[in-house]
Design a protein around this ligand. Structure first.
Ligand code: 475
Length: 805
């Protein structure tokens, strides 16, 4: 059992001891950073006993376990979350106070582990939190990147990328497990030869091998003694990695091998839109998949005798296609190392594996060039080749003469390995992340597969952990909810619905308004202190925070703000109340257009600030380096949540759910999970605008619409765009919108968006009405807890059950 701290006094005692062990210093002499490190180590001590007990319990019960493979886990800071999960936050606060320290000043000193780009990576982090909270036996598997997602600086209104040195002061939550290291092989050549028993065996020779060392991070559940594991693999050079293969002596080769090896776990890729580094990205994908699987199989071997029962005890989940090499890698292990035949290995592989798709953007569908793939992973390639041969043969028997369709479902085609096709063929379950997204997968993106395997397809609408995104980020709101309906909602977020009867209660509304104002005040203070910028805390806070991508249409937002500016120049009363538009998000380093949008936002912000007639009413602020910690400040302070992607493009969105949980009103298109938010809260409690997904798809089929016509008809659009023409910096955007015919329907949706903003302002001026809507959003947000999502995965896909520890 965990030896929880019994009193602040005991905490002080333990803290003093730990400070000596770690730094040989008295508490009073510690720098704030060291205070953080001492505290984190104390919390880890609390977690440790339960961690081992959890592992032993799973083994003793021979329970089925799920392993969630994801190339990203966007964790955010862990001290606060871990303290909360252990129930020790108050004790730590009091104890630190006795020592003369302030917990709230210490927590921001933790580096924010940004081992992810955006939605996909953050979803993985929410899922492992929910797995532990639900006492489900489930673990994460990924890479211990030395540098996470770049740090974004803004210089002269433009994004500049700096390396994220999150490991500089060490990562106190991890434990290095050198004894559990495994080897991962690259290169060489592979071929089949007779095995002397009438069959074939594979020979793989001349490869080099890389040492994979696991670093384990405990994932504690919410006050329930369950502690699961996030295993992060690091690549290390091993002198015998080459020498062992008879390639010793060639010193240049050895040096090159050492450098490449050390690169494998060095950087998180900001996306795959850059050509350079593609080989390294493929190495990363194979690296964590192979290492993870080897360790899972080894553990299985220690527990069970018969590998033919693997799928009864192990579920493997692949978060998008980045870990899809898990499929041929499991085949390799079962056949080459365990001596199974193809059919048996294939049955086990498909029965163990499940796959989530996160995007239908064609440029994000992974493909690898065959020569690259084959030279890097010759044995795995042989397996993929055989798999492709068998799959296409079966497909052609089913659809004779339909070569057009066979082309679409092939795993190898046009000199490329198509990872999505590999993932679908090798999984027993394929899911999308919101109802609309799953429908699009079934009806178009993956339709030929849906025809063959309709039973594999299912929807699992995303969710976010309400522990981090409400309990931890917005304590005053959490307290108000608990004062109103009791604390059951914390373990059963669906019970947030019990707030519904209070939506018109004036005293509840007043308190809700006060909480929102407090959060806005806190944000305003923070912005003043850290950026030196003044923001009116009584203005309406309209926030768009997410990765920069043209389909997410930050451009639509800023063009609209610019149109307000133009209107205010003509008429100072054109806008009824002051509004603050906050933006945050990173653009991939190689994504030129998205970076121009960031520049445009800064340019409009400057124009407004320089214009006395306008700046009383409008403020635009771009908050640099948007990450999990900044998100935790922003969601609670939002009045309006901008979710304005081109319909059909955003698979789900998860920021939309975080805003809703914190009582913001969605201003959005019917895209991704907005569709489900809208269904839950109704037209009265969100503002929907713009083209529907079917309309967008129809335009795409028919070659689009004429943006020139709109330009000619709508005077405001014309005035807004003419500014671009005058400024060469923005000519690319002008080209996109007019000459290249507005691929994301920014101009097409402009009028509807303008109208939606007017509707927001009308509603905001009706205070009781607005607060009612805010309350309804919070009350209905329980549906978007990742606890609901993860229970559905556990029940429908993984078939794992909770285990009490
Ligand atoms: C969707 N990231 C959101 C979210 O399901 C959705 C792609 C390539 C390489 C690295 N990262 C990526 C994504 O594709 C991604 O984050 N997708 C997002 O997944 C969770 O809510 O709509 O865009």
């Amino acid at each position: 059992m965990t030896k929880n701290w019994k009193s602040p006094k005991q905490f002080v005692c333990l803290f003093t001891q730990k400070a000596k062990i770690l730094f040989n210093e008295e508490p009073a002499a510690l720098t704030p950073k060291k205070v953080y490190l001492v505290l984190a180590n104390l919390v880890k001590d609390l977690i440790y006993d339960d961690w081992l007990a959890t592992e032993q319990r799973y083994d003793a019960r021979q329970t089925k376990q799920v392993y969630y493979f994801s190339i990203e886990f966007l964790l955010g800071r862990l001290l606060d979350a871990n303290l909360m999960n252990c129930g020790m936050e108050n004790m730590a606060r009091e104890g630190l106070k006795e020592l003369g320290f302030d917990l709230d000043a210490i927590m921001p000193l933790e580096a924010d582990p940004g081992l992810g780009n955006g939605g996909l990576g953050r979803l993985a982090a929410c899922f492992i939190d929910s797995l532990a909270a639900l006492q489900l036996p489930g673990h994460g598997c990924s890479i211990r990147y030395q540098y996470g997602l770049f740090e974004q600086h803004i210089v002269d209104g433009q994004q500049v990328e700096l390396p994220d040195t999150w490991l500089q002061d060490g990562f106190p939550w991890e434990t290095k497990r050198s004894d559990k290291a495994v080897h991962v092989r690259y290169g060489g050549s592979a071929y089949m030869r007779p095995d002397g028993k009438g069959g074939l065996e594979c020979v793989h020779e001349g490869y080099s091998s890389v040492l994979a060392i696991p670093y384990d991070v405990p994932v504690p559940g919410y006050r329930n003694h369950t502690v699961n594991t996030l295993r992060l693999w690091q690549a290390e050079y091993t002198p015998d990695g080459l020498f062992g293969q008879g390639q010793g002596g060639d010193f240049r080769k050895v040096l090159q091998y050492r450098d490449t090896t050390q690169q494998i776990s060095r950087f998180l890729y900001p996306d795959d839109s850059t050509e350079e580094g593609r080989k390294l990205r493929l190495m990363q994908e194979y690296f964590f998949v192979s290492a993870g699987l080897q360790s899972i199989v080894r553990h299985y071997r220690g527990q069970h005798r018969d590998l033919r029962e693997f799928d009864r005890y192990v579920a493997l989940h692949i978060n998008d296609t980045h870990p899809a090499l898990l499929i041929p890698e499991l085949m390799r292990i079962l056949m080459d190392e365990e001596g199974m035949g193809w059919e048996e290995a294939w049955r086990i592989t498909v029965a163990s594996t499940s796959y989530t798709n996160h995007t239908i953007m064609p440029e994000a569908l992974e493909r690898w060039s065959i020569p690259l793939f084959q030279s890097l992973l010759p044995r795995v390639y042989l397996i993929v080749e055989e798999l492709n041969r068998r799959w296409l043969a079966a497909y052609r028997r089913k659809f004779p003469g339909r070569e057009d369709k066979a082309e679409q479902v092939a795993i190898l085609w046009g000199g490329q390995v198509r990872m999505a096709n590999l993932a679908v063929v090798g999984s027993h379950s394929v899911n999308g992340v919101a109802e609309l997204h799953t429908k699009i997968l079934e009806e178009s993106t993956l339709h030929p597969f849906y025809e063959v395997y309709p039973e594999r397809f299912n929807n699992k609408t995303n969710g976010v952990t309400h522990r981090r995104w409400l309990l931890e980020s917005n304590p005053p709101l959490a307290a108000l909810i608990s004062d109103t309906i009791g604390t059951d909602w914390i373990r059963h977020p669906k019970k947030l619905k019990e707030l519904l009867p209070y939506r018109d209660d004036p005293s509840f509304q007043e308190k809700l308004a006060q909480v929102k104002q407090d959060r806005k005040d806190a944000l305003v203070r923070w912005i003043q202190e850290t950026r030196g910028v003044a923001v009116d805390p009584h203005s309406l806070f309209d926030i768009q925070i997410k990765r920069f991508h043209m389909y997410k249409r930050q451009l639509l937002n800023i063009l609209h703000v610019y149109s307000l500016y133009l209107r205010l120049l003509d008429d100072p009363d054109a806008v009824p109340l002051p509004q603050t538009f906050l933006f945050g998000g990173k653009a991939a380093a190689s994504y030129g257009e998205a970076k121009v949008v960031i520049k445009l936002i800064h340019t409009v912000a400057r124009l407004i600030d320089q214009e006395p007639r306008v700046r009383e009413k409008l403020k635009v602020l771009f908050l640099e380096n948007y990450n999990v910690s900044l998100g935790q400040r922003l969601f609670p302070a939002a009045d309006v949540s901008e979710q304005i992607s081109t319909a059909s493009k955003e698979a789900s969105g998860t920021g939309n759910m975080k805003f809703m949980m914190n009582g913001a009103i969605t201003l959005g298109t019917l895209d991704g999970a907005n569709v489900e938010i809208h269904r839950l809260v109704g037209d009265e409690n969100c503002v929907i605008f713009g083209l529907r997904a079917e309309e967008v798809q129809k335009y795409y089929r028919e070659g689009g619409y004429s943006s020139w016509d709109l330009y000619r008809q709508d005077e405001e659009i014309r005035r807004v765009l003419d500014v671009f023409q005058k400024n060469p910096l923005f000519s690319q955007l002008y080209e996109d919108l007019l000459r290249r015919n507005d691929e994301y329907f920014v101009l097409k949706d402009f009028a509807a968006y303008r109208e939606a903003h007017q509707e927001i302002l009308r509603r905001y001026q009706d205070r009781p009405g607005w607060l009612r809507a805010s309350a309804v959003n919070i009350a209905q947000s329980g549906h978007f807890s990742s606890d609901r999502t993860v229970s559905q995965y556990a029940r429908d896909i993984w078939k794992v059950k909770p285990i009490r520890v």
